[in-house]
Design a protein around this ligand. Structure first.
Ligand code: SF4
Length: 90
């Protein structure tokens, strides 16, 4: 299997994720502010009880996932974390 051949690799940790039984659209709000904020908060609540939250967040950061909720974070929060990481801020 190859990601370059348009085959999505199986990510074993995701098989234990709390979002497997949730509506996937919950994790992709149209906006993270205003009316989308409540949806984001519901997705975050699922993430915070997820046993693979840190693995999910590591994956999102390492693969530059710029859409949706990953590891309980919004795209803006991940961008800020990546920017701080590049600057050496912890
Ligand atoms: S942290 Fe959230 S988005 Fe990531 S696998 Fe768990 S429930 Fe799904």
């Amino acid at each position: 299997m190859s990601a370059q051949g348009n085959v999505i690799p199986i990510i074993h940790w995701s098989l234990r994720s709390s979002c497997l039984t949730e509506d996937p659209e919950l994790f992709f709000p149209v906006t993270f502010e205003g009316p989308g904020r409540a949806q984001y908060e519901r997705a975050k609540a699922v993430c915070h009880r997820c046993p693979v939250r840190l693995r999910c967040l590591e994956y999102a950061l390492s693969t530059h996932q710029m859409y949706g909720v990953w590891g309980g974070t919004s795209p803006d929060e991940r961008r800020a974390a990546m920017s701080a990481s590049r600057r050496g801020v912890r």
